[in-house]
Design a protein around this ligand. Structure first.
Ligand code: B12
Ligand code: SF4
Ligand code: SF4
Length: 386
């Protein structure tokens, strides 16, 4: 790399060709480039989304639109944004025969943040090597304030579906978007085109009605938000609608005709079911996790750490209640009596309220519970049994 610092800028067309070759060799299924200019249209949509309260309490989504829509705010010297797509599709869910807690496909394997970051870092090194220049770059996936879908669409990776996902004509929508912001001038690709036509399946089938308009998802209603990003209670009226989803939700992608024909198995072994938590959680096991250490030991290195121990147990309580899972009753009772988190105790009470024969335990808990919200849940649960 000695002469790398002294060489002048590489030919943009040649640099683009080399980038494509290296990115494909690194296992990325989709490669596209856009300029580092602000993502104006996406920014406008984000502004309206924020104003409507649809960002819920995700602090990082309340940041100024000017920040989230401008790659140069992340790297001053940025000239191009390289958008990369990698299919995570691990296959379809087997039938939920044993009353498991369903996990969205993107989270079956290892934590994608780590896995992708490593490959992005290597890609940058290889690019420098091949072009013989130093490339100032910032690589990330789902980790910094930037409208990644808007950048990906403008880079030609795909079009915006009514479910708000970027859909690729080659791989459907089960893919992660990764970005490499670089100080290289690269010829931009044409923005992605495509259409949902007259299809509205995702909007019709979303269990909570979270897709308020084409491409507009109200996070406050989305099961993915409620089970992953949400740190508080799951609103009572939404709990039954979560059905058996304990982490994320894939319904608006499962029903999409593009995924029925285009989704193909991920080539990255890290995203396979065998590499992580897989398609279902054993609810009875998860309900027994009482300490952060046990939680880390079970889920470290997978995306399932995101909601934290209390968040994941909250979700498992709700799903056990929805499935009226008899085998989970002893675990739910232990959650109600012993868990340090009021969030867990309250959702355990709700679940027990939906299952016959748990009134005595609920009454006993009512007598000793000190947390007001939790006592309210116990009273509500007892009311369901009357
Ligand atoms: C916050 C967030 C969420 C929130 C809110 C989702 C939402 N739809 O807004 C919650 C927690 C609900 C969520 C859920 C999921 N997420 Co998420 N999430 C994000 C995050 C961090 C920001 C998204 C955002 O800015 N939302 C605000 C809205 C306003 O913007 P947007 O979603 O980008 O939507 C844009 C386009 O859809 C466009 N648009 C829509 N329609 C139209 C129509 C026209 C004509 C035009 C011009 C534009 C347009 O306008 C919007 C603004 O740019 C991104 C990573 C990132 N930094 O971008 C990942 C990201 C969007 N999530 C991702 C994934 C995988 C998911 C889930 C599938 C996970 C799961 N299985 O549970 C679900 C999908 C739910 C859904 N239908 O969106 C991927 C999506 C990949 C893809 N192919 O699209 C991303 C890009 C992460 C990544 N790097 O791979 N997510
Ligand atoms: S992820 Fe699930 S809850 Fe969220 S918009 Fe899609 S179908 Fe609706
Ligand atoms: S299900 Fe239909 S409407 Fe929804 S994103 Fe797919 S093609 Fe578009």
């Amino acid at each position: 790399m000695a002469d790398a610092k002294t060489k002048s800028s590489p030919d943009p067309v040649e640099a683009r060709r080399v980038l494509e070759e290296l990115a494909r060799a690194a296992g990325f299924d989709l490669v596209g480039v856009t300029s580092a200019e602000p993502l104006r249209e996406g920014g406008e949509r984000l502004r309206k989304w924020q104003e409507a309260g649809m960002a819920a309490d995700m602090g990082y989504m309340h940041r100024p639109v000017e920040l989230l829509s401008n790659p140069k705010k992340l790297q001053k010297s940025a000239r191009s944004v390289v958008s990369l797509g990698v299919s995570y599709y691990p296959g379809d869910h087997p039938e939920n025969a044993d009353g498991g807690g369903r996990v969205a496909r993107y989270a079956w394997g290892r934590d994608y943040h780590e896995v992708i970051k490593e490959r992005l870092f290597r890609l940058r090194e290889e690019l420098q090597e091949a072009l013989g220049v130093r490339v100032k770059a910032r690589g990330f996936t789902d980790a910094v304030p930037l409208l990644e879908r808007s950048a990906a669409q403008r880079s030609g990776l795909g079009f915006f579906g009514r479910n708000s996902c970027v859909i690729s004509g080659d791989v459907g929508s089960y893919f992660f978007i990764a970005d490499l912001i670089v100080d290289l001038a690269l010829p931009p690709d044409e923005p992605g085109t495509g259409t949902c036509g007259r299809c509205t399946r995702c909007m019709d089938r979303c269990p909570t009605g979270a897709i308020k308009a084409p491409g507009v998802v109200d996070a406050r209603l989305c099961i993915s938000y409620l089970t992953i990003e949400n740190r508080g209670e799951i609103p009572r009226e939404l709990r039954p609608l979560i059905s058996d989803w304990t982490f994320g939700c894939d319904i608006c992608q499962e029903v999409c005709p593009y995924n029925k024909t285009k989704a193909s198995q991920s080539r990255w072994p890290e995203f396979s079911a065998a590499a992580g938590a897989g398609p279902y959680l054993d609810l009875t096991q998860v309900l027994e996790i009482r300490s952060e250490e046990e939680f880390e030991a079970r889920f470290a290195g997978t995306p399932l750490t995101r909601p934290g121990r209390a968040g994941l147990l909250r979700n498992c309580c709700v799903v056990a209640g929805n499935l009226k899972l008899r085998e989970a009753v002893p675990g739910l009772i232990r959650c109600l009596r012993q868990d340090d988190s009021a969030l867990v105790r309250g959702h355990a009470a709700w679940a027990l309220g939906g299952i016959e024969g748990c009134e005595a335990e609920l009454r006993e808990a009512e007598a000793i519970e000190e947390d007001d919200w939790c006592r309210g849940e116990i009273v509500f649960a007892l009311g369901r049994r009357e």
